[in-house]
Design a protein. Structure first.
Lengths: 322, 327
């Protein structure tokens, strides 16, 4: 087994654009659930809206990069309104049901054959990333072992993560964030103090949704393709895993959670493959090993919930009175 | 109403009559802050609230009493917009509240607390208090990012919160999570937080439930003092001692209707109220020896009672021992 390779590929995951996308989307979930108590089980839907919004406006309307970006963000805002208007007046669990359904609706709509010319149906869309890479300021060459394109997307992705983290941190330390936390604890009490709970919940839903849409773009740009199968419910649950790993009502938690998630996935995969290829493990095929690592992630999550329910960064005191 | 000298009145000692005319259920007040007319609310077939006419006097402490299920809390919910009546009109300071959502009612200056105490458990006591304050620029998303725009107001409300916390004996707890407070302390926090809004009318739903006797006394003083600051208080309470001590006016509800109204001394002698709610010997304080004597004398005079007759048996012993203890 080549441990050097195993660790370098695990370290590579640490700063991959996919990890950045997961971190952003999980940060959106932290705004939704960790700070506002909104149970959003459709974050994959927001990511899909962001990715498709960008891809379609680039391919079908030849929009320049920043216009496509704005369109994609606007689409996610509209999506948040559509979800929020009927459900935010109701109890939290209704939003959970509606969001999980809405995310599936988005996925089925882009998969329908009638829309193939626009959405590419099950094959998805490709070749929309050129407007992005055209802005690459890095000349060709090797940057820490990466080519200039890979380096550019990492810089943009993680730069975006840092900017969003700072913004969320600034928001959450403000009185605005205090109202959100109050709503998470008891929305009727907040209402009795003269705060428009509905408007606050809507603002939180939109902010978290926009973070999801940005994540969708970061997720899809390095792939150069957007496919409906990438935005299934399992994506949402991976994001929840990242959030719970890191700590729900924290800013850095979702980011570190996403890093841990991908490093662990990469490590278990490489280790299992290494063991199988070296003949130490004979009762597994490499295909089964690929499945097994998700089972291991599930087990790890269970252990985490039992022994460190507040996540890596969470405050134990907050859970003492759950 | 004598508008001219209204400004100079000391609300603590103002002894002008509260009602205009007779103290009957639904009577007109000299200066009402809340007026409710034909307010009804039914759950299924049951009329939880059926108030024909009710006025709450301004700058007074009004107690709302009545047996369990009389509709007191439901009336609170209806008045504050947490529930919508089936029929009726109700207004606060002359503004109709029909269809006004609860947070707007609170902004108008009518702030309530809840019977089942609602504190934000995972916020500190201080954050709970700050949350209550009105007019915070930092609560707008457009200004939240810039501390310069809300830092000043934050300092003001922190100072205001410190004063209130000290009054309510919670200052030592201000950096603890509200969830770590006891039930009684949560009641206090909720009341203090509602005062952060600087309301005109405070509506307290059972403020004394679960608060220890020593603290009750100082709380009673706080509530009385709210009047001095120009606030109006409406509270639901089962502790008759408290009602007698601080209420200027008592409204009695039973089965959703207002059955009696008046100053506490008068209402507590009302036979309908005694039958429906208080019980025959409500005005005897069993906590001291005097009370035991009074009760004994009362029971001896009562033809239906066995005390003081040959059949008293073990009861007479109990009364005797209590008397000894009292001395």
């Amino acid at each position: 087994m080549d441990f050097g390779f195993i660790f370098s590929s695990a370290l590579g995951e640490l700063f991959s654009p996919t990890t950045a996308a997961y971190a952003l989307a999980a940060l959106g979930l932290a705004v939704h659930f960790g700070y506002s108590g909104l149970l959003n089980f459709g974050q994959a839907g927001f990511m899909a809206v962001g990715a498709y919004g960008f891809a379609i406006s680039t391919l079908s309307f030849d929009a320049p990069f920043f216009l496509a970006l704005i369109i994609s963000v606007l689409c996610s805002v509209i999506f948040a309104f559509i979800l929020g208007i009927p459900t935010l007046r109701l109890r939290a669990d209704y939003l959970a049901i509606v969001t999980i359904a809405a995310a599936e609706i988005v996925r089925y709509v882009v998969t329908t054959n009638q829309l193939t010319s626009v959405t590419g149906s099950a094959n998805g869309l490709a070749a929309f990333e050129n407007t992005f890479y055209a802005m690459n300021p890095f000349p060709e060459g090797s940057y820490m072992g990466m080519n200039n394109r890979d380096f550019f997307i990492r810089v943009v992705g993680w730069g975006l993560v840092i900017v969003c983290c700072v913004l969320v941190w600034l928001l959450m330390r403000s009185p605005w964030g205090r109202v959100l936390k109050g709503i998470r604890e008891d929305e009727n009490a907040v209402r009795s103090l003269g705060k428009n709970v509905y408007a606050y919940k809507m603002q939180a839903l939109i902010i978290g949704g926009v973070l999801g849409a940005l994540a969708g773009m970061i997720f899809t740009l390095p792939r150069g393709a957007v496919q409906p199968s990438n935005y299934g419910t399992e994506l949402t649950f991976f994001l929840w895993t990242c959030l719970l790993l890191g700590g729900m009502a924290t800013v850095l938690g979702p980011v570190i959670g996403a890093m841990i998630f991908w490093v662990v996935l990469s490590l278990t995969q490489s280790l299992l493959y290494g063991l199988i290829e070296s003949g130490a493990v004979t009762w597994l095929t490499t295909v089964q090993a690929g499945q097994l690592r998700y089972i291991l992630v599930g087990v790890a999550l269970m252990l985490l919930m039992i022994f460190r329910p507040q996540g890596v960064f969470g405050n134990k005191k907050e859970l003492a009175f759950a | 109403m004598s508008e001219t000298n209204e400004q100079n009145i000391d609300y603590m000692t103002d002894s002008r009559p509260i009602a205009v005319g007779e103290n009957t259920p639904g009577c007109k007040k000299r200066d009402p802050i809340v007026v409710a007319e034909d307010v009804t609310r039914s759950f299924g077939g049951i009329n939880a609230v059926d108030v024909e006419y009710l006025e709450i006097p301004r700058h007074k402490i009004t107690a709302l009493i009545g047996p369990n299920g009389a509709g007191k809390t439901t009336l609170f919910n209806l008045l504050t917009g947490f529930d919508t009546p089936n029929t009726g009109k109700w207004q606060f300071e002359g503004n109709s509240l029909a269809g006004v959502s609860s947070y707007k009612v609170a902004r108008m200056g009518m702030v309530r607390t809840f019977q089942l105490t609602k504190v934000m458990g995972k916020l500190t006591v201080m954050e709970n208090m700050r949350l209550g304050a009105a007019d915070q620029p930092g609560e707008r998303l457009s200004k939240a990012l810039f501390k310069g725009m809300w830092g000043g107001r934050e300092k003001e409300i922190t100072a205001q919160a410190n004063i209130l916390l000290e009054k309510f004996k919670l200052d030592a707890k201000k950096d603890d999570y509200a969830a770590s407070l006891s039930g009684g302390q949560r009641k206090l926090l909720e009341m203090a937080r509602s005062l952060m809004v600087r309301p005109k009318l405070v509506m307290l739903d059972e403020p004394m439930a679960g608060v220890n006797p020593a603290l009750t006394q100082s709380l009673l003083d706080h509530i009385k003092n709210l009047k001095a600051e120009g606030m109006t208080v409406l509270f639901v309470e089962h502790d008759m001692n408290m009602v007698r001590h601080i209420a200027d006016w008592v409204v009695v509800m039973a089965e959703g209707k207002v059955v009696a109204e008046g100053p506490p001394g008068e209402v507590m002698k009302n036979p309908a109220v005694i039958d429906a709610y208080l019980g025959a010997h409500h005005d005897v304080d069993l906590g001291d020896a005097e009370g035991i004597k009074v009760l004994e004398a009362e029971l001896e005079a009562d033809e239906e009672s066995v005390v003081g007759t040959e059949d008293a048996g073990i009861l007479s012993d109990i009364v005797e021992t209590k008397k000894e203890d009292g001395k």
